[in-house]
Structure formats: structure tokens, C-alpha cells
Write a protein that binds this ligand. Structure first.
Ligand code: GDG
Length: 494
């Protein structure tokens, strides 16, 4: 079945993981920034989400196309099946051991393996083929993230006039780093099949354009953010994703959510509560945060017994060795801190290795005096925005890493360098002693920003709605980067 005038989303993982049971296929919700951002759009506009549901291809396994939700369909889930070799080489391999660490500046964690690259090419062709069976002219195609960089190039050959919007959700690193990838040119050529390529930050967009200029010799117009390549004009956009502010605000306003938040505070039992929530990933700085918390309790003994940290670590990429190692290290640190500082009923760290339902997550946000979002590097970070949107009481302090893309927008947060363990400990002390008036002022400013630049704002700005850019239309960037300065390698925002 084809769906006209709708949106076709393509991404590695979708909103659900599919599991086979005796009673048929069941859907288990997935947790990620991409899902949080994409699903509301699909629910609103209708269409098809093409993604891998986590199942292996096999002689008995047929790819499915499911209505979501099943009883009252808002969109369809088109499953792409991957073979065990593809899962190993494309997913655990090239995307998780090459592209992810590379784009987050962890060059020492990168493995560049030709076998894994071949699997990446093969799987990108699979996704492109699935899209070609679904696509109907006049629709928007929204391709997501570093897993599928080749899809625009492959599809462009078959659909020369299609509007292919690509969004890169993670940082795009500096040319020096990206060019260490042996297949960097192929990746860029794939991406340039898009009509528009979007990034969260101008820095990422500029890194991309510099890399394209240096590696492909494409002509870049830094003033209008366009790339001329093989007779086509590709637009580059920098636009940080927003969240569904109203949805978080509404959830936070519910009596049940507030009751849950109070119950959580009671259960923890301390005067102050700090919170960290993220996928268990080495980019998120969980270990460094735990060290900062340990140093804090060491250096400010008066807070022992008075401050607890809740750390929710959502299981992620558990079959990749680096993630298994991280889990052991995090759990060892939690054990050490609790061993050192527990007393009577007091437990310093409350650690959960699981995902919480969305309603419960919001009650955690409400219960936390301090939210610690301290990634070592992060494309944007939606958790920081969700905390702010949930704080309808205009209280709470956000401690935010300066290496999270969201730090560019979230003025009002206490910014830290997560590598500076003592600096983060000092920020905790500052957050705990900030007068109520200042907390309110900062939270009001944060809420204003997250409310204004919400998901709807982002969709309009990013031309993902039905009124997208016409061919030949030039998109003007929000700020102009001085061309001459950029050519010398330094960006100057004016
Ligand atoms: C990538 C980029 C970029 C987390 N724990 C639970 C839960 N979550 C949800 C949050 C949030 C999402 O997962 C995480 O989004 P982030 O943006 O913080 O991080 P990534 O997953 O790394 O996302 C990131 C993003 O893409 C969007 O472009 O911002 O930089 O790395 O929405 O709410 N949700 C539920 N239970 C949990 O325990 N239900």
C-alpha cells in the first residue's frame, strides 16, 4: 500500500523493537532522542516509518508492515530485516565502533574495518530499496542520522526530483577528524544526494561544509549555506531540535505525576535530590559525573546524608564491548560511593539500569532539585530540555555540559566542563546554595527558550511540514558567518 502526501521517515531504529512471541509479533517502545523527536511528527502528519525493528532475517522471518497504534493507526511501521552478519558488521561494527566514536571525538575508540564498511553500504542499499517501494511523488522523505548517510545518494539516482530531507542528529566533527575515515568521501557523496541536510548547530554545519570543500572540492557558499555539487544545489541548515513542550508541561501538571514525584522524594528521604538520566553510553559522561559526586561528598561533608543522586541508566548497545565495560565501571563506581558514604538509611546513589515509562520520567524530573546533564560530547541533548519543560513550578537547577549542543541555547543553566571533576563538584555546591530568586530567574529564562523553540518551531524552521522549500529557493541562515574568517579556518559569528 502506498501513502500519498504523507511523510516517509527512514532511520535505523524506529519507535518500536519487534519481538516474536507465541501470540505473534509484539511491539516494545524504544528509547532514544531520535524517537522522541520523530514520533510526534509522524503521529501528527501520518505516513510510514521505515526502520529496523531489531529482528534478524531468516528463512522463516518475513518483514512486516504494522499500523501504529494497531487499533487506531496514525502511521505505519515498515520493517527492514537485517541478517546476523549485517547486525554484527553494520550495526555493532561500522555505526557503533566507527561513526559514533568518530563524531563524538573519541578517535582512540574508532575501528575502521573494510568488511564493516561493505556491510554499511549493503544495508544502506536495503533501506533505500524499502523507501523506493513506499515512496509516492509529492511526499517528503526524512532520512535520519549517521547510520544512513548513503541513502540520499542511492535514492537520488532513482528519484531525481524527490524532496529528500536529511537530519544528522549527532555532532559533525572537524574536517581533521572526519577525514581519518577511509570512506569519508563516499559518505559525503551519499549525503549530498539530499535536498537539505540539517544539523543541530552552526558549528556542525560549518564543519560539514569545510569537509565537503576539502575532500570533494565542492563549491561552498558560506553566506547562503549551500553546496554546489554535480550540477545540484544542496542546502545546509543549522537548527537545534525542539521538544513537545506542551506535552511535558501537561504531564507535569497532572496530579498523579506530582503525587509520584512526592512519593519518590519520600522514598529517597534526603533534603536534596540530584538526577541523571540517559542511555548508558560513554559519551554521556556518567562515570565522570559519579566521580564528581564522590568528590563533592568528600569535599563538602556537611552534605553527607542530605543529598542523594538518582542515576537512571537506560540499557543501550549492550552487545558492544565498550558498552559492557562501561556498565561494569559505572556499577563499580556506584558500589564504591555507596560503600564509602552510606550511613543508616542514607544511600548516596540510587542507581537504576532500566528505562522508565514517560510519565514516571517526568515525575523524576519534578522530584529533582538538580538535573545533571554532563555529556563529554552530545549533538544536542533533549533530556535537558525535557527537565526544563517539566518544571512548571519554575524551580530546579540545570547543570549542563558545555560540550552538549543544547548549551548554546540553554542560557540559565550552570555550565560545566565534565572532564573537570572538581569543577563539576563545585557546580553542585553552587546549585545547592543558589537563592530561590536566582533559581526562579534562571528557570524562567530556560522555560521561555524551550517553549519558544519547541518541536513545532523546529518543524517549521526546518521545512519539514507540507510547505517545504520550492526548488531554487534560497534558505537564509539565522546568522551570517564571515566568509573570509571561515576560509582561514576560524568561524566568526556576527
Ligand atoms: C541523539 C543525540 C540528540 C531517556 N531515558 C528515558 C527516556 N529517555 C528519552 C528522553 C529523551 C531521549 O530518550 C534521549 O535523547 P537525548 O537527546 O538526550 O540523547 P540521545 O538518545 O543520545 O539522542 C542527541 C538527539 O539524538 C536528537 O537529535 O539530542 O544529541 O545523541 O527524549 O526522554 N524515555 C523514557 N524512559 C527513560 O528512562 N520513556
Amino acid at each position: 500500500m502506498r501513502t500519498a502526501g504523507k511523510i516517509f521517515v527512514v532511520s535505523n531504529r524506529g519507535s518500536y523493537t519487534l519481538k516474536e512471541t507465541e501470540n505473534g509479533i509484539v511491539t516494545v517502545p524504544s528509547v532514544s532522542g531520535l524517537v522522541s523527536a520523530v514520533e510526534p511528527v509522524l503521529k501528527q502528519q501520518g505516513g510510514v516509518w521505515i526502520s529496523w525493528g531489531g529482528r534478524e532475517a531468516g528463512p522463516q522471518t518475513k518483514a512486516v508492515r504494522l499500523p501504529i497504534p494497531q487499533d487506531n493507526p496514525l502511521y505505519y511501521f515498515h520493517e527492514v530485516l537485517l541478517t546476523p552478519e549485517e547486525i554484527q558488521n553494520y550495526y555493532h561494527g561500522f555505526t557503533n565502533r566507527a561513526l559514533w566514536p568518530l563524531c563524538h571525538y573519541f578517535l582512540e575508540r574508532c575501528t575502521y574495518d573494510p568488511k564493516e564498511w561493505s556491510a554499511y553500504v549493503k544495508v544502506n542499499n536495503k533501506f533505500a530499496a524499502a523507501l523506493l517501494t513506499e515512496f509516492s511523488p509529492g511526499s517528503v522523505v526524512w532520512i535520519n542520522d549517521y547510520h544512513l548517510a548513503l541513502v540520499p545518494g542511492i535514492c537520488r539516482r532513482e528519484m531525481p526530483d524527490a524532496r529528500l530531507v536529511f537530519f544528522w542528529h549527532i555532532p559533525f566533527p572537524h574536517y581533521d577528524l572526519f577525514s581519518t575515515l577511509p570512506w569519508a568521501r563516499e559518505m559525503l557523496q551519499g549525503l549530498l544526494g539530499s535536498t537539505i541536510i540539517g544539523f543541530h548547530l552552526e558549528d556542525y554545519a560549518l564543519n560539514f561544509m569545510d569537509t565537503v570543500r576539502n575532500l570533494l572540492g565542492a563549491v561552498i557558499d558560506y553566506e547562503n549555506y549551500t553546496v554546489s555539487w554535480q550540477g545540484r544545489l544542496v542546502r545546509v541548515r543549522a537548527c537545534p531540535m525542539g521538544i513537545d513542550f506542551a506535552a511535558f508541561q501537561d504531564l507535569a501538571g497532572k496530579a498523579e505525576t506530582q503525587a509520584k514525584a512526592r512519593a519518590l522524594r519520600e522514598q529517597i528521604g534526603t533534603e536534596f535530590v540530584a538526577l541523571g538520566v540517559e542511555r548508558l553510553d560513554y559519551t554521556k559522561g556518567i562515570l565522570e559525573r559519579l566521580l564528581a559526586f564522590e568528590n563533592f561528598l568528600q569535599d563538602y561533608p556537611s552534605y553527607r546524608g542530605r543529598l542523594s543522586l538518582i542515576q537512571v541508566a537506560v540499557p543501550s548497545r549492550g552487545s558492544v564491548k565498550a558498552y559492557q565495560q562501561l556498565r561494569s565501571q559505572v556499577e563499580e563506581a556506584v558500589g564504591r560511593i555507596n560503600g564509602r558514604f552510606s550511613e543508616g538509611h542514607y544511600r548516596p546513589v540510587h542507581y537504576f539500569y532500566r528505562a522508565l515509562p514517560r510519565e514516571e520520567l517526568v515525575s523524576y524530573y519534578l522530584a529533582a532539585d538538580i538535573m545533571l546533564v554532563t555529556p563529554l560530547r552530545d549533538g544536542l541533548n533533549l533530556v535537558a530540555k525535557e527537565y526544563v519543560a517539566s518544571r512548571i513550578d519554575e524551580d530546579g537547577v540545570l547543570i549542563l555540559s558545555k560540550f552538549a549542543g543544547a548549551a548554546r541555547e540553554l542560557k540559565g543553566a550552570l555550565l560545566v566542563n565534565p572532564y573537570d571533576i572538581d569543577g563539576t563538584a563545585r557546580a553542585l555546591q553552587l546549585a545547592l546554595t543558589l537563592p530561590a530568586g536566582q533559581r526562579r530567574q534562571r528557570m524562567q529564562a530556560l522555560r521561555e527558550m524551550v517553549r519558544k523553540q519547541d518541536l513545532r518551531w523546529w518543524l517549521q524552521n526546518f521545512h519539514l511540514g507540507s510547505a517545504g522549500p520550492k526548488s531554487g529557493e534560497i534558505i537564509v541562515p539565522r546568522r551570517v558567518i564571515k566568509y573570509s574568517a571561515r576560509q582561514k579556518g576560524t568561524a566568526v559569528d556576527v
